[in-house]
Design a protein around this ligand. Structure first.
Ligand code: C2E
Ligand code: CA
Ligand code: CA
Length: 627
């Protein structure tokens, strides 16, 4: 037992202010161990250090420690509290943890510093006790005992103080989750050092389903969701501090070195923690979240916050959810998307949206077996813009739904026209986006368009981008795809190979066709791995009875290569660009499979011999092909 233990306990029992108690403790320690300086730092709910007692520490140094955010490099005390374990810095001059405070410490003649965390009732760090030495050295056994016993005394004093200071805590703690609140976050963010790019990062976590839970089950259930999510996020992010910013938003200041090397994996911990169903006021809810992240990059803390917010906005608006990390072009991407939404909305209202068609041909006979409808926007000046220019707009739920509705009506009408003209029309592919699946009214739209035009759904195949169909939300989408297929609509997986889908997805989510992305077709060189992948795809698809269409065929060599690999169908500039309905009607009359006297849509140079005018038309785009 320490000689002064009773004196300190008496102060605590008599309700002396916590500052006085720890001040006395520091002086007792300094008397017991001559030459040593003792300090006690408090850690506020946000993780900021606050010198509670440092009677012999130079004011300049204690001022510099005060207001630091605890973290792996925040001196001995900041690190001890952050890692919740004692930290022995035996040589301040050589230790990176002291980089921020080294000059001040050395100027005061302090060479070593040992610190131990003081924990509150709930296990969270509430303070740190430190001993400073005037020579670089390790602690001796009796000194370790002094530290351990003093920490115990501090724990008693600070825990008691915690209860007394509850009112003060309430100002910085969120009542619902007990996490530090927005005010605490603002203070913590302002305290972050911004001189070492990459030394910390910020996550902003937004709950996806709070509004639905509030609407469906009431606010007590919503509160339950927030509480469960907050608790899980905070636990998953330890030792980093999680804040509740308000509503359904949380923030995490990420300093953990391993986390900084792989932010995606760190964010993945949050998704994994949220995944289990939670009891929210008697209702079972599976919490889900979207996360935006940004790393300090030689800018101010406020910029990191804004960047993480941008990333979160982008993650939410593009409908993918999951984690998006800020990148420098994200701002212009967001602006571009907003412009595209505005343009497409205006074009829809003014009837300037149209369908162009690109033929899908048999690679052996080069007859047309189907077409893909591709959306085109006519500007007020009459220029025709390709879908790739305004594709970002289809991540907006309203725009996507309206666009799909419009495209289906136009396409159904055109197919009706081709059938009426006696063309043995086989099928049209129509592109749909994620938003179409979440709107959940695709079936109604199909009845409205194809039903009304009297065109059987046998003539339709919906093209779903692989990027759309996989990921965190794939369950909703694969369920909807299965439903559509049961009702007789065929589905093809677009851009195969570009997303994260693996072949196993074809088992869990059966489709009728896959379209091999043109990036693979462009790489069909003898020693390129793309060759092996495409060959594998073709073979597996054949065994699963799934049709394969190769996209973006631009040369005769690619076409014959694919045919030799067993791919039967293809699409690309080599055969034709997307053309307007008049030109498509003409192409179908000449080249449709099953058409009386149909001939093959040969590659452009072969056609130069057989059909000079048409070939020229296709190549130069006089059939209306834009760019
Ligand atoms: P996608 O579904 O992969 O469509 C193929 C795109 O590749 C088309 O661009 C087409 O013009 C282009 N293409 C075709 N053959 C070749 C070739 O040989 N070489 C090259 N370099 N490109 C070729 P487009 O029309 O600009 O469409 C871009 C994307 O926009 C489409 O990619 C599709 O994802 C989306 N999209 C198009 N129409 C619609 C629509 O009506 N609704 C929705 N939701 N998305 C659409
Ligand atoms: Ca497509
Ligand atoms: Ca595609």
């Amino acid at each position: 037992m320490l000689c002064f233990e009773n004196r300190i306990l008496r102060l605590i029992a008599n309700g002396a202010p916590v500052q006085d108690t720890v001040h006395q403790l520091c002086q007792e320690v300094e008397a017991l161990l001559p030459g040593v300086i003792c300090t006690v730092m408090r850690i506020d709910p946000a993780g900021l250090l606050d010198p509670l007692a440092a009677p012999s520490l130079p004011a300049e140094l204690s001022g510099a420690i005060g207001g630091l955010m605890m973290g792996p490099d925040a001196g001995s005390c900041g690190r001890a509290a952050y890692l919740r374990q004692p930290v022995f810095v035996t040589d301040i001059s050589a230790d990176p943890k002291w980089a921020k405070l080294r000059d001040l410490a050395l100027a005061a003649g302090l060479k070593a510093c040992w610190s131990a965390p003081i924990t509150g009732q709930d296990g969270k760090p509430v303070g740190a006790l430190a001993l400073y030495f005037r020579e670089p050295r390790s602690p001796l056994e009796p000194e370790r005992t002094v530290i351990a016993q003093c920490v115990e005394l501090c724990e008693i004093a600070l825990r008691r103080h915690e209860r007394v200071a509850d009112r003060e805590r309430r100002a910085s703690v969120d009542g619902l989750t007990r996490l530090p609140n927005r005010a605490a976050f603002n203070m913590a963010l302002a305290s972050m050092a911004c001189d070492a790019p990459g030394s910390w990062a910020l996550f902003i976590v937004d709950l996806d389903n709070l509004k639905t839970v509030n609407d469906l089950f009431g606010h007590p259930a919503g509160d339950g969701l927030i509480r469960a999510a907050g608790e899980r996020i905070a636990a998953a992010m330890l030792p980093d501090v999680t804040f509740r910013l308000g509503g359904d938003e949380f923030a995490v200041i990420v300093q953990y070195p391993e986390a900084l090397t792989d932010l995606e994996a760190r964010a993945g911990r949050i998704f994994a923690a949220l995944e289990a169903p939670a009891d929210c006021d008697g209702h079972v809810v599976v919490p889900a979240a979207t996360i935006g992240g940004a790393v300090l990059a030689g800018n101010a803390a406020a910029d990191v916050y804004q960047n993480a917010d941008f990333a979160l906005y982008h993650a939410k608006e593009t409908g993918r959810g999951g984690f998006v990390r800020y990148w420098p072009g994200i701002g212009s991407r967001i602006t571009h998307r907003l412009d595209a939404i505005r343009d497409v909305t205006a074009a829809l209202a003014e009837g300037r949206i149209d369908a162009y068609y690109q033929p899908v041909v048999r690679l052996d006979t080069r007859e047309i077996v189907g077409v893909e409808a591709l959306c085109r926007l006519r500007t007020a000046a009459g220029e025709v813009i390709a879908a790739s220019e305004f594709q970002d707009a289809t991540s907006d739920v309203k725009v996507a739904a309206a666009l799909t509705g419009r495209m289906l009506s136009i396409v159904a009408k055109d197919v009706r026209g081709w059938l009426d003209a006696g063309i043995p029309f086989q099928y049209v592919g129509v592109n749909v986006s994620t938003a179409d699946f979440y709107a959940g009214d695709l079936t109604r739209k199909l009845e409205h368009s194809f039903g009304r035009a009297g065109v059987s759904l046998d003539h339709l195949i919906l093209e779903v981008s692989e990027n759309v169909s996989v990921g965190r939300r794939d369950k909703v989408i694969s369920a909807e795809i299965s439903r559509l297929r049961r009702s007789g609509v065929r589905v093809s997986l677009d851009d195969f190979g570009t997303g994260h889908a693996s072949l196993t997805h074809l088992v869990s989510m059966p489709v009728d066709a896959i379209k091999i992305d043109r990036s693979f077709v462009a790489q069909l060189w003898p020693d390129d791995p793309a060759m092996v992948i495409v060959q594998g795809l073709i073979d597996i698809a054949r065994q699963l009875d799934i049709r394969v269409v190769a996209e973006g065929i631009e040369t005769e060599v690619q076409a014959s290569q694919l045919w030799m690999m067993g791919c039967v169908l293809g699409q690309g500039f080599e055969f034709s660009r997307a053309v307007d309905r008049t030109a498509m009607t003409e192409l179908l009359r000449r080249y449709a499979e099953g058409m009386d006297g149909a001939i093959s849509l040969m590659s452009t140079h072969a056609m130069t011999r057989s059909l000079p005018e048409l070939a020229t038309g296709l190549r130069t785009g006089t059939y209306g092909a834009p760019r």
